[in-house]
Design a binder for this molecule. Structure first.
Ligand code: SF4
Length: 280
């Protein structure tokens, strides 16, 4: 394995979230629309859920994934401060495209669960308007929290990463323990909320037979999983690390190729997973 040692910032993974959070604020009177920190918007996304989607990327992430393509979303203090009305009015401009294509709204990040009250209010409005909602999450969220459960009550589909099965490998890849993510996944299964699992194939790290066999065994225990998407590791996001005066810990690892993907798909199918999708 060739994951380089983390710098000081990476070693704070999971802790920044417990500090002051510049998100989910209401106005000074406590009665205004919920505010959130928005990184960016993709108005016609075709990769994050069914159909054409309005994809909202929120700012802030408690993880420090070595393969992160959105390194610029990590800080809780970046992005733009917006209230939920502003985002709602913007996405309504695309409602006809979403509905004609069988699409909807996806909230991604960063980690959207970090701003669960904001997402809950946005998704509540979508549910009322008949707009499909998808949450693209690491699953690193406290499922005991009322705002997280409220957010999920308005979520039609969860796109959830599984980074690695071995807890030690998970910690070295992401900076956090997988326990909280497993509890989040169990809650989704109990509630029968549909899930698409996403797996980043990193050559020699997550493509090992041991990891993939364990992944297949685990996913088979989750009756709500509709598909498993395989995402080949690429270096397309490396420039964002450089822009943050940082360096990807996977700088010495090659990109995944077609044979990595085909081999991983074969192992997962042999392990009993029949809905394996390959991201091309
Ligand atoms: S959870 Fe997503 S946004 Fe956060 S560090 Fe990992 S890959 Fe990046």
């Amino acid at each position: 394995m060739a994951i380089e040692p983390r710098d000081q910032q990476c070693q704070t993974a999971g802790r920044e979230w417990a500090c002051s959070r510049p998100v989910d604020r209401r106005t000074a009177t406590g009665t205004g629309p919920i505010r959130g920190r928005v990184h960016s918007v993709e108005s016609m996304g075709a990769l994050d859920g069914p159909g054409l989607r309005y994809v909202l990327f929120l700012q802030g992430c408690p993880l420090r994934c070595a393969f992160c393509h959105n390194r610029d979303t990590w800080s809780l203090w970046g992005g733009q401060d917006k209230d939920v009305d502003e985002v709602w009015n913007d996405l309504l401009r695309y409602q006809s495209y979403m509905q004609a294509s069988g699409g909807g709204v996806t909230v991604s990040g960063g980690e959207p669960a970090l701003q669960a009250a904001f997402v809950a209010e946005l998704f509540r409005r979508c549910r009322e308007a008949g707009i499909h909602t998808a949450l693209d999450t690491s699953g690193y969220a406290r499922i005991e929290r009322a705002d997280v459960r409220e957010m999920l009550s308005y979520t039609d589909l969860v796109l959830m990463d599984i980074k690695a099965m071995d807890p030690g490998l998970h910690r070295s890849l992401t900076g956090v323990d997988p326990g909280r993510i497993r509890r989040f996944a169990s809650f989704l299964a109990d509630q029968r909320i549909p899930v698409w699992i996403r797996v980043v194939l990193i050559p020699g790290i997550t493509t090992t037979e041991e990891n993939l066999v364990a992944l297949a065994s685990y996913v088979r225990t989750l009756p709500n999983v509709e598909r498993v998407e395989l995402l080949p590791y690429t270096k397309l996001g490396d420039h964002k690390w450089a822009e943050q005066s940082d360096r990807s810990p996977l700088a010495g690892v090659r990109e995944a190729d077609q044979s990595d993907v085909e081999r991983a798909a074969a192992i997962l199918k042999a392990g009993g997973l029949h809905h394996v999708w390959i991201d091309s």
